[in-house]
Ligand binder design. Structure first.
Ligand SMILES: O=C(O)CCC(=O)C(=O)O
Length: 362
């Protein structure tokens, strides 16, 4: 029997407060999208018929070790300066692990709600683990059609003690096996700006690592809803595993006179990882690298999962445009900020494109 909610508050309580999530809503037999999930027309995502090929945006990282090193670095930098998105293969994360991550994500979300609700904010055994739905439900005009579990990495022992059994081992292995790749990409990107990264600078760029598992249940009306609304990520580099369903869109540009936006879908490529530039890298590079505005369409076919790792500066680190880059540009485009303040601002508001950067723009 489809659930009936007498008012907005009872749906909010069921989905958000009691931890049933969108998954609980769908499992209870819902056939129509509740009003709280209907997006204003401007935020709805039209399905594109032909996927723009990102072939020239997929890089083989094993080539960083060979004669094409400089060319690959140039191509990666170009992608970071333009779309802010690219894909990588031969990245060092085992393909079997990528498969296990997707299976574990389904395993976690397919549990009864009460098993997941133990990780809700306020009751979770650790502040480093949080299960939730949408982005900031209390602040959003329309909710996002997504549930998630978020795990901040501090050390292996904490991860194994507090992260959910269904996914802790694979999530930890994912963090560990992707770290070297993230370092290499940061070395490449910063080297391209003429900056050599020592360990302390590297720590400033990726001292905080958080792995999320996102679950997008099937939706009766993908044309009316969003899985994730338009946003950029707060950190330096995001590593994202998506499954084969598709629906991840990145903004390519906008016609300044008509305001018409151009979005392209990032096609799922088996074995590849998606990389995108986050706000912190845009700030540090003084705007040279562009954080990518992206969003996710819902699906009516099958539940979709994705598994991002957000690499970011440690909260107490002060970030700002690097002096070498400012000296070259002759102007600083962002003010310095303690990264924790940036995060608090980012997580205190609903997704709204790249407006998060306004917090530090000069
Ligand atoms: O699910 C995806 O493909 C992207 C997820 C995302 O943008 C996010 O978690 O911030």
């Amino acid at each position: 029997m489809a659930p009936s909610f007498n008012d907005e508050n009872s749906l909010f309580k069921f989905v958000v407060k009691d931890g049933n999530g969108v998954k609980g809503l769908v499992d209870s037999g819902l056939t129509e999208v509740p009003g709280q999930y209907i997006q204003p027309p401007i935020h709805r995502i039209k399905k594109q018929n032909a996927t723009v090929s990102l072939e020239n945006m997929t890089f083989d990282l094993s080539e960083l070790d060979g004669p094409n090193h400089d060319q690959v670095v140039k191509s990666i930098a170009h992608a970071a300066e333009t779309l802010g998105f690219f894909q990588v293969v031969n990245h060092g994360v085992p393909i079997e692990l990528l498969e296990s991550l997707k299976v574990s994500a389904h395993e976690f979300f397919n549990q009864p709600s009460e098993k997941k609700a133990v990780y809700l904010k306020g009751v979770s055994p650790s502040p480093m683990v949080k299960y939730g739905t949408s982005f900031v439900p209390e602040k959003e005009k329309a909710l996002e059609w997504k549930d998630y579990i978020s795990m901040i990495y501090t050390n292996d022992a904490n991860a194994l003690e507090f992260w959910p059994n269904e996914c802790k081992e694979v999530a930890l292995e994912y963090i560990k096996t992707s770290t070297e790749m993230v370092k290499r990409l940061l070395h490449a990107l910063m080297g391209n700006l003429g900056i050599k990264l020592d360990d302390s600078r590297l720590d400033a760029l990726m001292g905080l690592r958080m792995v999320n598992m996102n679950f997008y249940p099937t939706c009766p009306s993908p044309d009316l809803t969003v899985g994730v609304g338009r946003h950029s990520d707060m950190g330096t580099l995001t590593v994202l595993l998506q499954d084969g369903i598709g629906g991840l869109y990145v903004k390519k540009g906008e016609d300044p006179s008509s305001g018409k936006e151009d979005w392209i879908e990032i096609p799922p490529v088996h074995g590849a990882l998606v990389i995108n530039i986050g706000d912190a890298l845009q700030i540090i590079s003084n705007g040279r690298y562009k954080s990518a505005e992206h969003r996710v369409r819902t699906t009516s076919v099958e539940s979709r999962v994705s598994v991002p790792i957000f690499n970011a500066p440690l909260p107490m680190v002060k970030i700002g445009p690097l002096p070498e880059v400012v000296a070259r540009d002759g102007v600083a485009r962002y003010r310095e900020v303690i990264f924790e303040e940036y995060m608090n601002n980012f997580f205190g508001k609903s997704h709204d494109g790249k407006k998060s950067l306004d917090f530090v723009a000069i």
